[in-house]
Write a protein that binds this ligand. Structure first.
Ligand SMILES: Nc1ncnc2c1ncn2[C@@H]1O[C@H](COP(=O)(O)OP(=O)(O)OP(=O)(O)O)[C@@H](O)[C@H]1O
Ligand SMILES: [Mg+2]
Length: 256
């Protein structure tokens, strides 16, 4: 196993004109760990994932993935060092089947993969996410929950060692969330490092080894679920007192 952190973000800032969307954020993720990235709408969670995956430029800071400095790497390099991600707004190729959409993910990150091998990888990923039976349908023909599964399958087909998930549970019902929780746990059990951006607190509590909280671009908390969910600053900024009263104890218990 690598001695390096899977992900090391150090002092990263992202500015859009006058808006500082991410403000001097540092965090690290170890292999086989799940880190939750939470915070109010507009806190900078997606922008931080975008900066890590090199889709937006950083104005300051450094990112290392398994020891590789990727601060200025082109976006296409990231899958090749083991990073795959999902997008909050799912945008599959509408005229390709679900299976083909997933196979493209695999082909994108491996130079010498044949079409058949890519389709085989796609099938394995689709079996894992429960979408295999719908593999020949078009993305527009399935539900939002299935399009979220497609997004996850595409990332999985890239055989990631670091998986960045941006709200894969948004819009899912309780049983769909439960099966997504089981999937994320299975990635962790295989040694994959995972960053989970999510507003579904039930899922955050169920899967995270650590939680990082952003507010207005700044990191306001970083610690065990127990520490973070009981932190008065986090309760005031994001969770609300009702959540704390209802879930604080059980969340801390689940995390212990
Ligand atoms: N491409 C962009 N150009 C200008 N401003 C942007 C851009 N992308 C994000 N922002 C701004 O950066 C801030 C952080 O947005 P971001 O989408 O990262 O938040 P978020 O934490 O993911 O929110 P949500 O929970 O709603 O998804 C917001 O003020 C947003 O308007
Ligand atoms: Mg977002």
């Amino acid at each position: 196993m690598s001695a390096h952190a899977a992900l090391n973000v150090s002092g990263v800032s992202v500015r859009f004109g006058g808006v500082t969307a991410v403000d001097d954020v540092s965090l690290s993720v170890s292999p086989g760990n799940v880190v939750g990235l939470i915070g109010p709408n507009g806190a900078g969670k997606t922008t931080l994932l975008n900066a890590i995956s090199r889709l937006v430029p950083m104005s300051n800071g450094q990112v290392r993935v398994f020891g590789n400095d990727t601060t200025r790497a082109p976006a296409y390099r990231l899958p090749r060092v083991g990073v795959a991600r999902t997008f909050q707004v799912v945008q599959p190729f509408g005229n390709l089947s679900i299976r083909e959409n997933v196979a493209i993910g695999a082909m994108f990150c491996m130079d010498s993969l044949s079409r058949d091998d890519a389709l085989e990888r796609a099938d394995q990923a689709l079996q894992r996410t429960g979408l295999f039976a719908k593999r020949d349908q078009l993305p527009g023909e399935v539900t939002l929950a299935d399009r979220k599964r497609l997004e996850l399958s595409r990332a999985l087909a890239m055989a990631p060692r670091l998986l960045l998930l941006d709200e894969v549970m948004a819009g899912l019902n309780h049983s769909e969330i439960d099966s997504m929780i089981r999937l994320v746990r299975s990635f962790r059990d295989e040694g994959t490092a995972v960053v989970v951006v999510e507003h579904v607190m039930k899922a955050i509590v169920a899967v995270c080894d650590r939680i990082v909280v952003l507010q207005s671009g700044r990191k306001i908390a970083d610690g065990s679920p127990r520490e973070v969910l009981e932190d008065p600053t986090v309760v005031a900024a994001y969770l609300g007192h009702r959540f704390a009263a209802r879930h604080g104890r059980s969340a801390a218990g689940a995390a212990a």
